[in-house]
Design a binder for this molecule. Structure first.
Ligand code: GLN
Length: 247
């Protein structure tokens, strides 16, 4: 078995080690006996996104987001939205998450249009939402914790067509107001959690790999892997988030 991963804008969208998510996908797939190949795609490059099993875009600041907004409009947006609509497993972090939604309005009042595949919109607030985060998510069937690190001024709100990835236990999440974090639509997950996210939340990595393999091959049972180190990193992140002054 084989999965083909598309890493979108790797040199532009890579805050707080977001590329570690790609390393996690590849490594854990290999440990499961699955070959994983990664294709890097950047500004101006067209692709048939329906070829990929997993799509990933990391976080970036307004400057990078402005470039990507234009690239989405002129080059990739339609094909990317079509792939997500057809069930491609997708992970988008922070700035990437914002641009899969309807729009991101910056602090200067500029509106950067997203591809609108997520029923979500983002407006920059006056303070940055920064720190370690713990959420509880039922994305894989049972409730589990997801840990990560957030740093954004954008406040994201979800419409009726989108479900949250989880509920915030520590930190701010989507907007610091409604207690929700991230967004799930079909097999697409948007989240503010950097960290990087997947190495510290291996069950989420496995869930996304399983979804991708099931979509391609039918049934796939994830073999048990030794996650002792990952569990320690996860627990350490929870301890750190608990020390956060009351947010
Ligand atoms: N520029 C966006 C914000 O601050 C995204 C930041 C990020 O990707 N960390 O809201």
């Amino acid at each position: 078995m084989k999965i083909l991963i598309c890493h979108l804008y790797p040199e532009l969208m890579n805050l707080y080690g977001d590329r570690g998510n790609i390393i996690s996908f590849v490594r854990r797939a290999e440990w499961m006996g699955v070959t994983a190949e990664t294709d890097k795609v950047t500004l101006g490059e067209e692709r048939d996104f329906s070829r990929y099993d997993i799509l990933f875009v990391g976080g970036g600041q307004d400057r990078e987001q402005r470039l990507i907004c234009v690239d989405f409009q002129q080059v990739k947006g339609k094909a990317l939205a079509a792939a997500i609509e057809s069930g491609a497993v997708t992970l988008a972090v922070c700035g990437g998450y914002q641009l899969l939604g309807k729009y991101y309005k910056t602090g200067a009042g500029e509106v950067l249009n997203g591809i609108g595949v997520l029923d979500a919109w983002t407006v920059a607030g006056t303070r940055r939402l920064i720190g370690n985060v713990v959420i509880e998510s039922g994305i894989c069937g049972e409730m589990r914790t997801i840990v990560g690190f957030e740093n954004h001024s954008g406040q994201t709100f979800l419409g009726p067509g989108a479900a949250a990835l989880g509920k915030v236990r520590h930190g701010f999440g989507n907007n610091g107001q409604d207690g929700l974090e991230g967004c799930v639509y079909k097999n697409c997950v948007g989240t503010y959690l950097h960290g990087s996210l997947l190495p510290k939340n291996p069950w989420l990595t496995d869930h996304l790999i399983k979804k991708a393999l099931e979509r391609k091959y039918g049934e796939f049972e994830v073999p048990a892997l030794d996650d002792a180190l990952e569990a320690r990193a996860h627990e350490a992140a929870i301890r750190r988030a608990r020390q956060r002054p009351g947010v």
